[in-house]
Structures are given as C-alpha cells and as structure tokens.
Design a protein around this ligand. Structure first.
Ligand SMILES: Nc1ncnc2c1ncn2[C@@H]1O[C@H](COP(=O)(O)OP(=O)(O)OP(=O)(O)O)[C@@H](O)[C@H]1O
Length: 340
C-alpha cells in the first residue's frame, strides 16, 4: 500500500533564501503526522510544495502513490488543504462559501448539498451556516476552513498551523475533530510550532529547523532517544557566564550526570541530562554549595519534545521562535507567494 505522503530530498529557494534545504519524510495512511518547527523553519513551504501551490526546485513528492510534480491534477483529488490564513469573503454566509468551494471541486450539486449539511453538523456549525462569515469568531472561521478542505472527502487532510490565534477551548475542539477524522480513516498532516499540540495529537512527527529534518519518530520514541531525565538549574536569576561555566565543569564530574548544556538565551541557565530514576537534586545543590555557588531554582522532569528539539539544535523552540521573529518581511513573502 502506497504511503499517504512521500517527500524525498525536497529543495526550494526563494531568491537567495533556502526555505527548504533538504527535507524527506513519509506519512503512513491513517496516521496523524506532525511537522514541528519554529516560524521560518520551512514547514509552510514544504506543504505548499506538497499541495501544488509552490514549485519545488528539486525532490520527489508523492500523495497516495501519485507524483505531485508529474500529475498535479490527479494528486489534488487525494488531499484537502487548509491554509494558515484564509481570506474569507465576509459578505458570504458559511453555506454560500462552502457551495462556492464545492463548485471549485466540481462536485455534483446534490452531492455538494449533502456534504455541506454533513460537514456543518459534524463541525458544530449548523446554527451558523446562514450567518455572514464576517460575524464569525476565529474558532468558527477555522472550522469553516476545515469544512472547505474536507468537502471532496480527501484521503489526506493537510493543515498549516490550524490553531494559531485560537483560545484553548477552540483548540481542544479542533484536536478532537482531527482525532475523529483519523478514527474514520483520514490521514492528517499538520504543521505547528506548538510542542504540546504535536505531542498531544501526532502519532509520528518530524522536527524541522532551517529547512532540514533533524529528527523523525513517535513522540515517545524521540523522547526516549534523548535519554535520561532533565534537570533545569538556575544559579542566579541571571547567571554570569563564567559562573555557569564553573558550575558546568563541577557538575560534569558527578557520576549520574550525563550531559550539561548552558542555555545562553535563558540567562545562562543550565540544562542537565541525568540518569533516569536517580534523585539528583539534593546532590546537585550540595555540590554547587561546596564550590561557593548558590541555587536560584532547580527542577527535574521527564524529557519533553522541547528537550528533543534542544538536543537536536542546541536551542529551545521558544528561543528559535524569538530569533526568527523580526527577521522576516511577511508582506514581501506574501507578494512573492502569489507570484510563485
Ligand atoms: N514567498 C516567499 N518569499 C520569500 N521568502 C520566503 C517566502 N516564503 C517563505 N520564505 C522564507 O523561507 C523560509 C521558510 O519559511 P516558511 O514559511 O516555509 O516557514 P514556516 O516554518 O512555515 O514558518 P511559518 O509558520 O511562520 O510560515 C523563511 O526564512 C521565510 O522567510
């Protein structure tokens, strides 16, 4: 059985910007697959190439065994795409917009009517179908986007950051709906920069950073691979770099400490990897005391996807987000995207 998505050695540049340097991953049928990475990592570009909305420079892309580059029209039958931001015509009602969309998919009108009512019900939109979309909340708009992407009953639903800007409740509604879709046999490919979203939803994921896949697997596999428990230590609220170095050297000598990383972006806090199921906190504190260093905060936890990200990139996802913010000219990108 062909995989739902095969992407191999995808490359895509915008001018001098290498948006996608070399990305490969497979999505199996019936799973929720997450692409996790900070803003600017290349997630949208990857799925825009997959969904025939951007032209790749190189690489193989298949949807349900059909080459997207060679047979784009046929490939489009297999997937529904829900973009990051959809410009809805605010004067149209939800039902009218779905009718328009159904016409774009060339659905026969009886089938279109049936699908529209089904989806409005399924997504809890039955009371809003005749209201103008200009009156919709963010959560309702996203649900209508979903309905649009599902009208032609695609085998694969591709969603770009579907819960950005949504409140927690709307986000949970969306997660539940995506899980129901999976139960009904639809494959879901979702991009997100929210760790907890991918952790909660995805059967498997790929971590993407600066146009490359850094890790791929199920959330628990990836967490297991990064090894022992994590300890986050702050010597002071803002630790001088030389003290952080001194602490690192000292703590590396402890038998249960596997690794010490100094997180410069977080006030030179220290991230330690320690053997599982040891009780390290008192010993760490005493050890620091013995060389005259205080402890401002100290906490132990199981590895998270952020630890997986940190181990792969040397920075946390949030720091990567902050570094990316402000370096992009979104208006220029949108203009260029319209052209490509
Ligand atoms: N149309 C475009 N023109 C020029 N540069 C672009 C364009 N689209 C994306 N880029 C650049 O390519 C890189 C990858 O962007 P991309 O949108 O794929 O990342 P992303 O991970 O999806 O982030 P986001 O979720 O913010 O869209 C970024 O450096 C971005 O500035």
């Amino acid at each position: 059985m062909a995989a739902a998505v095969v992407i191999e050695h995808l490359k895509k540049k915008y001018g001098a910007t290498e948006a996608v340097k070399d990305i490969s991953f497979h999505v199996e049928k019936g799973e929720i697959f997450g692409l996790l990475g900070p803003n600017g990592a290349g997630k949208s570009t990857t799925i825009r190439c997959l969904c025939t909305l951007a032209k790749p420079d190189e690489g193989k892309i298949e949807v349900c065994g059909v080459s997207v580059r060679d047979r784009p029209k046929e490939a489009r039958k297999y997937f529904g795409y829900v973009a990051q931001e959809v410009a809805l015509d605010k004067m149209l009602t939800g039902r009218e917009l779905l009718k328009l969309q159904a016409a774009l998919y060339h659905l026969p009108s009886a089938l279109a009517r049936q699908r529209i009512e089904q989806l409005l019900n399924l997504l809890g939109l039955q009371d809003y179908g005749d209201q103008k979309t200009g009156t919709y909340s963010g959560g309702l708009r996203r649900r209508l986007d979903l309905a649009s992407g599902l009208l032609h009953q695609p085998q694969l639903l591709v969603l770009d950051e579907p819960t950005v800007g949504l409140d927690i409740e709307s986000r949970f509604v969306m997660w539940d709906f995506l899980r129901q879709l999976r139960e009904a046999g639809t494959t879901v490919l979702i991009t997100s920069h929210y760790l907890e979203e991918i952790d909660a939803l995805a059967d498997r994921l790929a971590i993407i950073d600066r146009g490359l896949v850094l890790a791929e697997g199920s959330p628990s596999q990836l967490k297991d691979q990064v090894g022992g428990d994590r300890v986050t230590l702050r010597i002071r609220e803002f630790t001088p770099p030389q003290e952080a170095q001194q602490a690192k050297q000292q703590l590396q000598t402890l038998p249960f400490v596997e690794e010490v990383i100094i997180n410069e972006a977080q006030g030179h806090s220290l991230n330690l990897v320690v053997q599982r199921d040891c009780n390290p906190l008192t010993q760490i504190e005493q050890n620091l005391q013995s060389i005259g260093l205080p402890t401002f905060s100290l906490a132990q936890s199981r590895p998270s996807l952020d630890d997986v990200y940190l181990a792969a990139t040397g920075r946390t996802l949030m720091d990567a987000e902050l570094a990316a913010a402000g370096t992009r000219d979104i208006k220029k990108e949108q203009k260029q995207a319209m052209k490509s």
